[in-house]
Each structure stands twice: as structure tokens, then as C-alpha cells.
Design a protein around this ligand. Structure first.
Ligand code: ZN
Length: 272
């Protein structure tokens, strides 16, 4: 919801998710969300039409503000990347920041109507942009993605894509669902394309919104059916069956990839 900041309580303490480009404004030396009353954030008044109420966090209201490509001139602030903020925070901060980023992206990319070219306005009672000339209405884009943890006896398949090379991380396989495809078909196709194996006993696990940039990750567990690993060399550079007692660096357990890996390990160890 868009906020009328002239009427807001200046003493109220709130969390502020302030985006400058694709980074978040934080107090210097603190990889944490900004928490402050309106009174101490004088610059907010310059961006009054960009303040959006995102929800509540630890009983305090949470607002997002879009500075666009501008940076704050004040010395006491710096910007941090979304990913680094995610890795250092708990799950409720993660989901709030993820939601804020998706809404900001949505607003930035829907300033004009795709049908008639007029300026669009944000609807104040739902997250939508509306064209008052032709009544075309747009909602934030959500891209369905599958992610799957594959087990073969007491081993787990972990792969490294280009994006993970720098962090030396290995993870579960994932990919976008194509138009006209079911989630299950997408899992079988992605696995075969990326590592050349067939899987069986596909089982739904859970889901997680992932804001890079607007994915909804849908997690599955599966077992190896047939075939040897043969990586595609484009999306996946390396993949191996790992012994659960000798794992490489894997994603944190806050991410759905980390949760899937944890679950598979527990299953292999006979705890589930
Ligand atoms: Zn229009």
C-alpha cells in the first residue's frame, strides 16, 4: 500500500528497505536492515511517492522505498547486496526483503502500459499497476522453477553451475518451467538436459519464493533410475554423486536447496 508520509507518525519506529539500484541501503558497517523512526530519515520526504508498506517485521511496520539509480549523499550509509543481506539474516527478514524487491522490480518495469503506452498507476488496495486510459491491469510476474534433490542409494547428486563456480558451491539441480509443461515434466526434462540421467519416485517437498529476480521455487525429492552423469557443459559444469559424510560447500539451510539437501542427508542416514 502507498503511504501518505505527511500524515504518518514521525516518532514511529519502522524497518526500512531502501533500494538504490539493485542494492539496499544500510548503516555503515552493519549488514542489517535499517531500523529507524521517520524523524531521523529526513531524505524520505524527497521520495514520498515511493514509500510502500510491505508488512510487519518483529511487530514493527516495514516500508520499502525506491531511490531508483540515485545514491544517498549521507556519509553514515552504504549499500549492501541482496544476497549478502540474505545470507546474514533470518528467514522472516529474507522473505520480507524478497517480497519488497519483487514489488520494486514490478513497479520499475510497469511504469507504462504495455497495451496503449500511457503512464500506469499503482492500485492502492492490491499489488497491481493500472492504466486509466485503456483499463489494462498488470500483476507482479512470478516465474515457476523446479528444484530437485536426487538420491542414489546412500549418495546425493550435487552440481555446480556457472553462477556457483566463484563461491565453489555445489547444489541441487533447478530450472524454469516452460509454457505448457507440468511441474513433474519440468523436473524430468531439466534433470535429463543438465546431467543426462533418468529419475523415479518423484515427490513434492515444499516451495520458496526466490527474488532473483521473481522465481517461485518448487522443490522435489527423487531417486536415480538409470544413466550415468553427463553434464551439459552450459548450465552445469560439474556434477557428482557425493557421500553424505564428504560433502562439498552447499547452500545455507535457509534456502530451499539447503533444505532439500538436509532432508536427503537425513533420509540417507535413516533419520527420516
Ligand atoms: Zn493502457
Amino acid at each position: 500500500m502507498i503511504i501518505d508520509i505527511e500524515r504518518a507518525d514521525a516518532e514511529q519506529t519502522a524497518y526500512w528497505i531502501i533500494f538504490s539500484g539493485d542494492r539496499i541501503v544500510a548503516k555503515k558497517q552493519q549488514q542489517a536492515l535499517l531500523k529507524s523512526s521517520w524523524r531521523y530519515l529526513r531524505f524520505i520526504h524527497h521520495y514520498s511517492d515511493q514509500v510502500v508498506h510491505i508488512g510487519e517485521l518483529d511487530d514493527a511496520p516495514c516500508y520499502s522505498v525506491d531511490l531508483g539509480l540515485e545514491a544517498l549523499p549521507e556519509d553514515e550509509y552504504e549499500t549492501v547486496s541482496l544476497r549478502s543481506l540474505f545470507m546474514s539474516q533470518n528467514e522472516s527478514v529474507f522473505s520480507t526483503v524478497a517480497r519488497a524487491w519483487q514489488l520494486i522490480l514490478f513497479r520499475r518495469t510497469h511504469r507504462y502500459c504495455g497495451k496503449c503506452g500511457s503512464a500506469m498507476q499503482q492500485v492502492d488496495w492490491e499489488m497491481a499497476m493500472h492504466c486509466h486510459s485503456c483499463h489494462h491491469r498488470c500483476y507482479p510476474r512470478v516465474s515457476p522453477c523446479i528444484i530437485v534433490s536426487i538420491r542414489k542409494g546412500d549418495k546425493i547428486l550435487l552440481a555446480q553451475g556457472k553462477a556457483q563456480r566463484e563461491r565453489k558451491m555445489f547444489s541441487t539441480l533447478a530450472g524454469f518451467v516452460e509454457s505448457g509443461e507440468s511441474l513433474e515434466q519440468a523436473v524430468h526434462r531439466e534433470v535429463f538436459e543438465e546431467v543426462g540421467i533418468k529419475i523415479k519416485n518423484l515427490q513434492y517437498f515444499s516451495s520458496q519464493p526466490w527474488p532473483f529476480p521473481h522465481s517461485l521455487m518448487m522443490g522435489f525429492l527423487a531417486e536415480h533410475d538409470e544413466g550415468d552423469i553427463e553434464v551439459d557443459g552450459h548450465e552445469i559444469l560439474e556434477a557428482h554423486w557425493y557421500d553424505v559424510n564428504a560433502l562439498p560447500i552447499v547452500p545455507p539451510s535457509m534456502s530451499i536447496a539447503g533444505k532439500l539437501i538436509d532432508h536427503t542427508i537425513q533420509e540417507i542416514k535413516g533419520h527420516k
